[in-house]
Write a protein that binds this ligand. Structure first.
Ligand code: FAD
Length: 456
């Protein structure tokens, strides 16, 4: 057993975006900070898969884009000096529904193969979303104002997204249409998720300006931040036990089978609740805190990536993404910013029960068959596939937090509260789980908690 001591120090656990930002900001304030990461790389759920494909191609398994209004993320991207590229805005929407590929555009509105009311048919896809979503988006209010949550926000948090849509008068056909694609990517879909969380997340996903991605892969951002932190990060160190009293905190880690212990004055747990619940705290966390950590749900996401000999889809009418009603969920060209190879990668993004099914051993072929069903030309171009399940990743045990009705407003203050010398960061403790912006805002909140209560 190795014993270390860093007097008057802060230990951060987890080198995802939250842990990296906590460490950087505390270092700037002159604290003695050490960052410990279980794996051998920084970034956590910002993970660019690089070793599975030919010609140096890569594919994002986690975070893939930054919204135009994600000001914190953009500010750290600028500090890190990474180059941003605008994502293309397709002029047509491709949807695979009831076994048919439907093309929809303002000039040629689609005839959707679902039963819609006469008004909904007139409105078309974009009009339907606008009519039914806009009142809810407005009713979420501004979570940064002191009077939040407002009565309306609390009301939205007491119903599922499906109940909200029905309350707005959406027909079953309109509900089916609206849930294909982005709306199904949170938790177990609109029938289960809190309307408040679903709508707040939609606000994060949509913005007036163009969304962006990082040239060369999203992992450039955490890698550059980690380089600034330098030798204050230790990789391959998984925290397992936290003992705390009025003298400080003792943290037990395992490193390649060896156990070692670090003493510090304060610790920041910058890891998801799904992993936090496997850590042994002595004395235990309060019952309220422990209940919130144990009960926080995490969205299942599985990505299946297919390598194709050519980018045959460049001949298709403006394919960059296709929303499907199949288990593969959303399909997109993962290599539209990668121009060095003739080859290409098509990535599918499945969530909820479909993601769990694909992740079960042996279901990769079923996912590939579905991708071929949508893009038949792939059969002649197929060169192999890779699959990645966030449920099966031991250091996230899921993709991002989701809430059933009446959980979100109640649980977030408990999840983000400090307990004695233990602080909690990570997108799970923010109002924006599933976003780097949420992870960074949680880190800045934690740094402020430390500075405000500073007696070091
Ligand atoms: C499929 C998917 C798609 C996404 N898409 C987007 C997107 O397009 N845009 C966007 O902005 N965001 C997106 N996100 C969300 C974004 O990736 C996360 O919000 C953000 O990366 C979370 O950062 P974090 O630091 O809170 O947690 P994490 O990234 O999970 O970091 C936690 C770190 O702690 C480490 N760790 C865990 N347990 C221990 C332990 N016991 N000891 C030591 N270390 C430990 C982990 O290895 C990890 O490195 C997506 C996420 C997923 C999964």
């Amino acid at each position: 057993m190795v014993i270390g001591r860093f007097p008057e120090s802060i230990v951060v656990i987890g080198a995802g975006m939250a842990g990296l930002v906590c460490t950087l900001e505390l270092m700037k304030q002159g604290y003695n900070v050490r960052l410990f990461e279980a794996t051998n790389r920084p970034g956590g759920r910002v993970y660019t898969m690089r070793d599975q494909f030919a010609d140096g191609m890569y594919c994002e398994m986690g975070a893939a884009f930054i919204g135009a209004h994600h000001f914190l993320t953009l500010s750290y991207a600028q500090q890190a000096g990474v180059q941003l590229i605008n994502l293309p805005v397709p002029n047509r929407r491709l949807t695979y529904i009831n076994g048919r590929l439907i093309i929809d555009s303002p000039a040629e509105p689609a005839r959707w193969p679902v039963s819609l009311t006469a008004e909904e048919r007139n409105l078309g896809y974009a009009g339907i979303l606008e009519k039914y979503l806009n009142p809810g988006l407005k009713a979420t209010g501004n979570p940064f104002l002191p009077d939040w949550p407002t009565k309306q926000a609390i009301q939205l948090d007491s119903m599922t997204m499906e109940e909200y849509l029905k309350g707005q008068g959406a027909s079953p056909g309109a509900i089916k249409l609206s849930e294909i694609g982005y709306m199904q990517m949170l938790g177990d879909g609109i029938r289960k998720v809190s309307a408040l969380q679903r709508l707040l997340d939609l606000k994060m996903a949509s913005s007036e300006g163009s969304a962006q991605t990082i040239a060369g892969g999203m992992d450039q951002l955490p890698k550059k931040l980690a380089l600034t932190i330098g030798s204050n990060i230790s990789y391959g160190c998984a925290a397992t036990h936290i003992e705390h009293n009025n003298k400080g905190v003792t943290i037990q880690f395992t490193k390649s089978g060896e156990v070692f212990t670090i003493y510090c004055d304060r610790v920041i747990m910058a890891i998801p609740s799904t992993v936090l619940r496997t850590i042994h705290f002595s004395p235990p966390l309060t019952k309220e805190k422990n209940d919130a950590i144990q009960n926080q749900l995490s969205t299942s996401v599985t990505r299946t990536v297919v390598q194709s000999r050519t980018k045959f889809w460049k001949n298709l009418s403006s394919f960059t993404t296709v929303n499907t009603d199949l288990k593969i969920g959303w399909l997109y060209d993962a290599t539209f910013t990668q121009t060095t190879s003739r080859r290409g990668l098509i990535c599918s993004y499945s969530s909820g029960e479909a993601a769990r099914e694909i992740a079960r051993a042996g279901n990769l072929n079923a996912a590939v068959s579905e991708i071929k069903q949508v893009l038949p030309e792939l059969s002649y171009n197929y060169e192999g596939a890779a699959v990645f399940s966030w449920d099966h990743n031991p250091y996230s045990r899921g993709a991002y937090a989701w809430y059933r009705p009446k959980q979100m407003i109640r649980m977030i203050p408990t999840l983000s509260a400090q307990q004695d010398s233990i602080y909690f960061a990570g997108d799970d403790t923010s109002l924006f789980p599933g976003w780097i912006e949420g992870a960074i805002s949680s880190a800045l909140r934690t740094v402020n908690q430390i500075i405000a209560g500073n007696s070091i």
